[in-house]
Design a protein around this ligand. Sequence first.
Ligand code: AMP
Ligand code: DBH
Length: 542
Amino acid sequence: MTTPEQIWPEKLAQTYVEKGYWQGETFGQMLDRLAQAYPERMAVIAGEARWSYAELARRARIAAEGFAELGLEPGERVLLQMPNRAEFLAAAFGLFYAGLIPVYALPAHRETEVLHLAAKSGARAYVVADRHDGFDYLPLARRVLAEVEGVEHVIVAGDPGEFTAFDALGGEGLSAPVPRDPQAVAFLQISGGSTGLPKLIPRTHDDYLYSVRASAEICGLSARSVYLCALPAAHNFPMSSPGYLGVLHVGGTVVMSPNPQPDIAFRLIAEHGVTITGLVPPLALLWMQAAPRSKHDLSSLEVLGVGGAKFIPEAAAKVRPVLGCTLQQVFGMAEGLVNYTRLDDPEEMIINTQGRPISPHDEVLVLDDDGKPVPEGEPGNLYTRGPYTIRGYHAEPSANARSFTPDGFYRTGDVVRRLPGGYLEVRGRAGDHINRAGEKISAEEVEDHLIAHEGVFDAAVVALPDKFLGEKTCAFVVRAEAGDVQSKDLKAFVRGRGIAEFKVPDQIVFVPEFQTTAVGKVSRKALRAALKDNYLNKGDAA
Ligand code: AMP
Ligand code: DBH
């Protein structure tokens, strides 16, 4: 199993160190520093849990010792799938402290994704919660243990069944973090990806913590900041843009919300004086609908970050009048580059753009399809490299050849316009993936699941515009000869294949055949585009 690595050319790495972007601190050292600087301050509020920084560190050290006692060795990978509860932070920091490499699965992932992530990362253990959102993770854990070679341990927060209880890990706790090279990989983040299953994104201590520090500053965080973690904590946005790491970095407080629904989130905002949070656009819309009728006092909220998908200007303009806080648009990617509108930008910029990069050393190119720069203000393909943008995915040689240029630029797949001052406006995507409320779905992956049904001859999945979700998935399906498979059967079938619920097609349209050109087969890309155009132009009702 190849060890995950992430390597920048030596000269650039040197520049990033000299400029002070890479400061040589590991996550384990960061936790120690925080616990020494702010021992008594409240770090985490989650359900009944109230953990000071000293307490968070104590719990993480105990978990770290437990991991070591199980025989897990520094540099090994551990799949972490945990909803927003206090143990998420104890487990993640425990892994860092032990020199282990967390692999962040989303709570919505099911066996298809989880088995893939465990195998692909070469995980040796699976740390998971017992239940969340009505789903029991123990049967999934049994499959991971039985089917993924290399996985030897399952550790469960909550009722552990036959497995090791997270709360039973460790003794006194490790006394110091296991030393790691700060330029080595700290964790594997997950990409929504445009082809196939999620890819693994190796992020180093140095590169990631730079983005965390810089984000904390751009988002105006201080020790009095209270961050509501409303999106799943494993996602890159609530992790570091500025996320719970940004807030911990400055000694503020993280409030974990089990889900982002207004009834729960608003109560937490009022109760704990939340000052900042981050949401995807559909949730921001939902909050704006619910806020005027809410009995909860939301006046502590100062900044609402919105990102993950395009926030349209009409909705963006309502944030301040309805929620009484400053909107910050966040256009980021787990691969690296993050753009923010600045808090003191003119309202017009905040409403109409997705911000500008974090770093003066973020290199941004906007190129036409032939690879030539487009004039400022014209749409083009976004390419980037810089001090916190990866140079390659883990163990994906062919995807890497497609997704990175020979000189190390990441092809984001996004179509943007660059405006004066380096601000970007996201116009859309070049690739075939669906951005459903910030969840990225690969058309190809869903097609593969549909085609596995015996009643399906062929399938093509496209994004359709949706007022609420931004985009929804529509599958065009050609039935197998003499078959009579129905929409609900196919949805149940796909769901039964054990994939995240958000990937189940929202809509299925049966068509007699897929048009092919005179030459024979068309590319899937062209086919998807033609089906979508045809469908939208006919104005078919949903
Ligand atoms: P991932 O690579 O899976 O982390 O997803 C990152 C992608 O999400 C970006 O490349 C964009 O396509 C999309 N995205 C993130 N934030 C925004 C935003 N504020 N506006 C439009 N698209 C966004
Ligand atoms: O969608 C994303 O991946 C995303 C959005 C906002 C992200 O990774 C981020 C901010 O850091």
